[in-house]
Design a protein around this ligand. Structure first.
Ligand code: MN
Length: 196
C-alpha cells in the first residue's frame, strides 16, 4: 500500500501565492484520490511489491495498464511537485546558476522560456526542469506523463493542471507560474536531484 507522504510545509506556508484552501483540495482530495486509486488497482497483483518508479516504468505505453500508469505517475508527479515548492526563498547555488546561464543564456531567459513552455501546455499537464546529456532543459508533459517514463532526470516541476491554481488565480496561469518561478521554487531540492 502506498501512503501519502506529509506535505513538506504547513498548508498555509505558501500564502498568498498558493492558498491553504488550494492545498486542502489539491493535496487532500486530488492527490489522495490518485494514491487511493493506485492502491485499489494494484491490490492483489504483482505490482504491489514494486516501487512507484518501477510501476511507472513497467506500465508506460501499455494500453491495458493505462489507469495504473496514470494514477502512479500522478502520485509521483505530485510528490515531486510538493518538494519543488518551498517558502524558504531558496536560491540556486553558484554552480547551478552557471548551468542555467550555459543552458538558457541568462536567469531572465530561463524564467521566460519556462513560462512560455508552461503556458503552451494545452489542457492539463506539467512543466519540468530536467537534466539531459549534461544540459538543463525545460520540457512539458501532458496529463500524467512524467520524465522518468522516458529515462529523463527531473530536477523541479510545476503542476499546470487547473486544479493547481484555479481557486487562487482562476484563468491566470501565467501569474501562478511566475510566482512559483520567482518566489516558491525549492532550489535545495533541485540540487539534491542533480546530485543523484
Ligand atoms: Mn495536481
Amino acid at each position: 500500500m502506498f501512503t501519502l507522504p506529509s506535505l513538506p510545509f504547513a498548508p498555509s506556508a505558501l500564502e498568498p501565492h498558493i492558498s491553504a484552501r488550494t492545498l486542502e483540495f489539491h493535496y487532500g482530495k486530488h492527490y489522495q484520490a490518485y494514491v487511493d486509486n493506485l492502491n485499489k488497482l494494484i491490490a492483489g497483483t504483482e505490482l504491489e511489491a514494486k516501487s512507484l518508479e518501477e510501476i511507472i516504468i513497467v506500465t508506460f505505453n501499455q494500453p491495458d495498464k493505462a489507469a495504473i500508469f496514470n494514477n502512479a505517475a500522478q502520485a509521483y508527479n505530485h510528490n515531486f511537485y510538493w518538494q519543488s515548492l518551498s517558502s524558504d526563498s531558496s536560491k540556486p547555488s553558484l554552480e547551478l546558476v552557471a548551468m542555467i546561464n550555459t543552458s538558457f543564456g541568462t536567469w531572465d531567459a530561463f524564467v521566460e522560456q519556462f513560462t512560455t513552455l508552461a503556458l503552451s501546455q494545452f489542457g492539463s499537464g506539467w512543466a519540468w526542469l530536467i537534466m539531459e546529456e549534461g544540459k538543463l532543459k525545460i520540457i512539458k508533459t501532458a496529463n500524467a506523463d512524467t520524465p522518468i517514463a522516458h529515462g529523463q532526470k527531473p530536477l523541479l516541476v510545476v503542476d499546470v493542471w487547473e486544479h493547481a491554481y484555479y481557486l487562487d488565480y482562476q484563468n491566470r496561469r501565467a501569474d501562478y507560474i511566475k510566482n512559483i518561478l520567482t518566489i516558491l521554487l525549492n532550489w535545495n531540492f533541485a540540487e539534491k536531484n542533480l546530485a543523484l
